[in-house]
Design a protein around this ligand. Structure first.
Ligand code: GLC
Length: 476
């Protein structure tokens, strides 16, 4: 099957969050099947241009119009290790040669351009995919331009849109429709919602199938609490809104081979996790005790549950445990957490940076991983944590509910500790249950951590589910 993937980020080229991880792993997993031919399209950002490791060959240049604007498109191809996976970079220095990926005043125009340029590139390449798979708002207008202007070039192409996070929808003032999009008036209704141009809403209503990154989030999205205004639009898609739970790239995240670790280990050599714990304590100036290490690798944002963490922080740190946090984010949280860390030397290590090698050592060295997100479409770090033998404590929402069933000490079923309503006391209650088992039922605790390490979180199964779904659209 020929599949085009359109997104604004994909590791190792460019990544600001989980979207980048998924767009690295999913195309690779799909390309495992030699009968598939995958083309991934990304903007050619400054960060990629400056990366000497990326070797991109120039293929062609032409122009696309956004109403009165005639914009240059340069098409480049990167070499990958797989013959049936090509990564194409779309070059336009005016839009993409900037310091940073998102957050510019003209992001709407930048990604409307990108969404349209992709189609011109596929046409030039003579790549006529059976499935055009777009991710998040930045590529949400590709299916719209496909039907509005490129249908005759791609008569049989079906479209899929995946929501990684409904919070970011790509909204613009109503004038944007006439000034930038340059589409016939028919499309105004498709592209508008609540008095604005809304990229994501356009894709949700217009693609053959809408998916999101866990089964539970696919249900939650039908409710106003989770859908940031789009619950009605999403619920109206009925069975054409589906959830496929993400995996992790087990080639990238592998505690047996991870070079960042003091001592690589597996579930069978679980005792070696202890060496990683000691090394982490030394690295972060924590007391070298046997108290459990609780960790978080996260953006410091309210929706990640940092507000309820701050609410319980003092009570938490009065317990016999150590806390390690890695991440940056909202200033108020950075200040609050740094101040608390200064009050608990040897016990709480706050690391205001993102460093993937440190993140690996934290997953490997800690006993528990905290993820109290208010909502979480899928979440990848709880999967990485489990894969590295850190037992998760999570709010049972979104993909966290699907991937961390509660541990039952009697039957040994489940993977971690959960709480059901978003508040600090219930979060602390779940941590206390975990601490109780850690201290008083250590053998069962270790078995749980080993069992979590053995779970299959790879992309094999999710990639099969995507294939099945693509086939169902083509046959339907
Ligand atoms: C977004 C979501 C996260 C998900 C990731 C990859 O970052 O917030 O929950 O795991 O996308 O799909």
């Amino acid at each position: 099957m020929k599949i085009a993937m359109i997104a604004s980020e994909a590791a190792p080229y460019v990544k600001t969050g989980g979207l980048g991880d998924v767009l690295q792993a999913l195309p690779n997993a799909l390309a495992e099947n030699p009968d598939n031919e995958i083309a991934l399209f990304l903007p050619y950002y400054k960060k990629i241009k400056e990366n000497a490791k990326v070797r991109a060959d120039y293929l062609a240049s032409f122009a696309v119009n956004l109403t009165w604007r005639q914009q240059y498109v340069g098409l480049f191809r990167c070499r990958t290790e797989r013959k049936n996976l090509n990564v194409y970079l779309i070059d336009n220095e005016y839009y993409f040669l900037r310091d940073g990926i998102y957050g510019f005043y003209d992001d709407g125009e930048r990604f409307a351009y990108f969404a349209k340029a992709v189609l011109a590139c596929m046409n030039w390449l003579d790549f006529r995919p059976e499935i055009l798979h777009c991710h998040d708002w930045q590529s949400a207008l590709t299916p719209i331009y496909l039907d509005a202007e490129f249908r005759s070039c791609f008569p049989d192409t079906k479209t899929v849109f995946t929501i990684h996070n409904v919070e970011y929808q790509g909204k613009a003032a109503p004038e944007f429709f006439n000034d930038v999009l340059g589409l016939d008036d028919y499309w105004r209704g498709v592209c508008s919602f609540d008095g604005c141009v809304n990229f994501m809403k356009a894709a949700i209503t217009h693609t053959n199938l809408v998916t999101t990154v866990s089964e539970n989030y696919a249900q939650e999205l039908r409710y106003p609490y989770f859908a940031h205004g789009l619950s009605g639009i999403l619920a109206a898609r009925g069975g054409n809104l589906r959830g496929i739970t993400n995996g992790i790239d087990t080639g990238v995240y592998d505690p047996a081979k991870d070079k960042a670790l003091a001592k690589p280990f597996t579930a069978d050599s679980f005792a070696d996790k202890q060496a990683n714990k000691r090394a982490l304590q030394r690295e972060l100036c924590l007391d070298e005790t046997d108290a459990p290490i609780l960790s978080m690798v996260t953006r410091l944002a309210s929706h990640k549950g940092i507000d309820i963490l701050c609410f319980i922080l003092h009570r938490l740190l009065e317990r016999n445990l150590q806390l390690v946090i890695v991440g940056t984010g909202e200033t108020k949280y950075e200040h609050a957490l740094m101040a608390a860390a200064a009050n608990y030397p040897g016990k709480f290590s706050m690391n205001l940076r993102f460093d993937s090698a440190l993140a690996s050592r934290v997953y490997a060295g800690s006993d528990m991983y905290l993820m109290p997100s208010k909502s979480e479409p899928c979440g990848l770090s709880q999967l990485i944590a489990m894969h590295y033998g850190a037992v998760p404590v999570v709010n049972a929402t979104g993909g966290l509910k699907d991937t961390v069933p509660p541990f039952n000490p009697v039957t040994g079923e489940g993977r971690g500790y959960t709480f059901q309503s978003y508040n600090g006391d219930d979060f602390l209650g779940a941590i206390d249950r975990a601490l109780g088992d850690y201290y008083h039922n250590r053998a069962a605790w270790d078995r749980l951590a080993q069992k979590d390490m053995r779970e299959d979180f790879s992309w094999k199964l999710p990639a099969e589910k995507y294939m099945e779904m693509y086939r169902s659209i083509l046959n339907g």
